[in-house]
Design a protein around this ligand. Sequence first.
Ligand code: SF4
Length: 161
Amino acid sequence: MVKPIAWRFAGSWSCIRCGKCCMLQVPVKIGEALFYQRKFGSNVLEYFNKGFHIRKNENKYCVFLELVKGKAFCNIYSFRPRACILYPFYIYKKPFYGEEDRAKFTLFDEEYYVYIDAECTGVNRGFLPISKNIVDAILVWLGKEDYKQISQLNVLHSSNV
Ligand code: SF4
């Protein structure tokens, strides 16, 4: 179960590969669904709530997850679904879950409302300012992953510190 909180309530974030989020439902867009179907067959997908999702195994984990000595390894990491790339961040153009002031994030003079899943074990486990992760997440959300290298420049954007 996802518990979104405004990003300013979280000091930092880093994935510690606990695998907890690999038990969440992972929605995939139609283009992604076609890609996974072509590459792995239709067994890796299921359809419910009017959309495709990555199938779970009998342990309720994503079928692509491998747990090795308690560490999560994604077997499709380099082409994992967009929802997984963005997790644990949720980005909107409106304050979807409230807390407008605490959720607001400004990038390239545009305002976004960013939430993080408080259930993620990696919350407050990072060393970098969380704004760095958020810039990366917004660029992914905008489909501008290629610009990630310039995200460092925006970490110190005054309104996000
Ligand atoms: S729940 Fe958070 S820390 Fe754990 S694997 Fe997922 S993103 Fe990483």
